[in-house]
Design a protein around this ligand. Structure first.
Ligand code: FUB
Length: 351
C-alpha cells in the first residue's frame, strides 16, 4: 500500500470544504478525489453500489475510436463493461476486467451506454442500454453470482423499458424501481405516445418537459412489472411542471435516485447546459420538486453521476474528459465527498 496523501482545499464554488484523500489504483498509481480512479482505460457514467461491505463501480467503457461525433451520439460506440471496486480511502481501486461484451448479448447491435447494477437474493444484476438491430435503444439485464461478473445477458431486452441510462433504486421495503430515459441520442422523445415513433420530437419550450420513466421490478429483479411504467413528474417550487424550454433545470438524461433521511432524491443531467441537478420527493415515483445544482459543468459535453453512502460518508461519483484533453467520448470516472446541509440540501460542488 502506498502512503496516503491528505489535503484539504477550500472550494471556490461552494462554502463546503473538500477533502482530498489519496488512494492507489491497481497499477500502483496514486489517485485522489477529483482525479481519475483509473487511467489505463477510459471510463464514464459511474453507477456505484455497496455490496457486502465493498464499493463496486459499474461504468461505461469508453473506447479510443475516431467515429465522427453526431447529435445521435455515434461517437459513444462502446462494446463492453468492466467492473471496478474500491474498499475506501487509502485502498486500491481494482479493475476486475471485462464483465460483459456486446457479442454476448443476443438482441443488441451496438452502443453499450451507461449501466447500473443491483443485488437480489444473492444474485447480481447488470442493467444496460444498447441499440437493437433496428437501431432502437432498449434496456437489457444480465445476471451473475458475483458483483464483478462475468454477467450472462438475457436473450431479450426488458419489456416496459426503453431509451437509455437505467438506474435501479431499491426502497427500504425491498421493492425495486427501474428509472430510465434520455433525450436526443437517448431517444426518449420518440416514446411520447407509448410506442416508438422514429421522428418523435421533444415538447415545445412552453410545454412541460419530459421526465424520466420508472417501472417497478419483479420480485427477482429480472423482469419489469410491465404496465407499471410511468413518467416521473418534476415540478418547481410553485408546484408547476419544469418546462421543456428551461434547459438549466429540465431533465435530459442520467437519472439517479437515492434516499437520505427519509427523503427521495432524484438527480440528473441537464444535457446541453451541462449541469448535474437534483429534486426531492416523498415517494420514489415522485412527484419531485426541483432543488438546485449538485455539480457545475465538467470538461467534456456529458455529465453523469451516482450518489452512494459508503461507511459514514456520502460520495458523488462522476466523470469528465480531462484525461483525454477534452475529447467528449473519452472520459474518466472520478469521486468526491458529497455534503448535505442541516436541512438535507445537497451543497453544490465544482469538479
Ligand atoms: O455514455 C454514453 C451516454 O453519455 C450516457 O448514456 C449518457 O448518460 C451520457 O453520459
Amino acid at each position: 500500500m502506498r502512503p496516503e496523501h491528505l489535503t484539504t482545499c477550500a472550494s471556490l464554488f461552494v462554502a463546503s470544504v473538500c477533502v482530498a484523500v489519496s488512494m492507489a489504483d491497481e497499477r500502483g498509481e496514486v489517485v485522489r478525489y477529483r482525479q481519475p480512479l483509473v487511467t489505463h482505460i477510459y471510463t464514464a457514467d459511474p453507477s456505484a453500489h455497496v455490496f457486502d461491505g465493498r464499493l463496486y463501480i459499474y461504468p461505461s467503457h469508453d473506447l479510443d475510436n475516431d467515429t465522427p461525433p453526431s447529435r445521435e451520439g455515434d461517437q459513444y460506440d462502446m462494446e463492453d463493461y468492466h467492473v471496478l471496486s474500491w474498499e475506501g480511502p487509502g485502498t486500491a481501486v481494482t479493475d476486475h476486467g471485462q464483465a460483459l461484451h456486446l457479442k454476448d448479448i443476443p438482441w443488441a447491435s451496438k452502443q453499450l451506454w451507461a449501466p447500473d447494477a443491483a443485488e437480489c437474493n444473492g444474485r447480481y444484476l447488470l442493467y444496460f442500454p444498447a441499440k437493437d438491430r433496428e437501431g432502437i435503444f432498449r434496456i437489457g439485464v444480465a445476471t451473475s453470482s458475483s458483483p464483478t461478473g462475468p454477467f450472462q445477458a438475457q436473450t431479450e431486452p426488458l419489456a416496459g423499458a426503453f431509451s437509455i441510462d437505467p438506474c435501479v433504486f431499491v426502497d427500504d421495503d425491498g421493492t425495486g424501481y427501474l428509472f430510465f430515459g434520455g433525450l436526443w441520442g437517448g431517444q426518449l422523445e420518440r416514446w411520447r405516445t407509448g410506442g416508438y415513433v422514429a421522428d418523435g420530437k421533444v415538447p415545445a419550450a412552453g410545454e412541460p418537459a419530459l421526465g424520466p420513466r420508472v417501472v417497478r421490478l419483479s420480485a427477482d429483479f429480472t423482469t419489469t412489472i410491465d404496465g407499471s411504467t410511468t413518467e416521473v413528474s418534476i415540478v418547481d417550487e410553485q408546484g408547476q411542471p419544469v418546462l421543456a424550454g428551461d434547459h438549466s433545470r429540465r431533465f435530459f438524461e442520467a437519472a439517479w435516485v437515492h434516499k437520505h433521511a427519509g427523503t427521495y432524491y432524484l438527480s440528473y443531467s441537464t444535457g446541453d447546459t451541462h449541469l448535474l441537478v437534483y429534486a426531492t420527493g416523498e415517494a420514489p415515483t415522485g412527484p419531485y420538486t426541483y432543488q438546485g445544482p449538485i455539480l457545475s459543468p465538467v470538461v467534456g459535453w456529458t455529465t453523469h453521476h451516482s450518489i452512494v453512502k459508503f461507511g459514514d460518508q456520502w460520495y458523488l461519483f462522476y466523470h469528465d474528459s480531462s484525461l483525454s484533453g477534452g475529447v467528449s467520448h473519452k472520459r474518466s470516472v472520478k469521486v468526491m465527498p458529497l455534503v448535505y446541509d442541516d436541512e438535507g440540501k445537497i451543497i453544490a460542488s465544482r469538479p
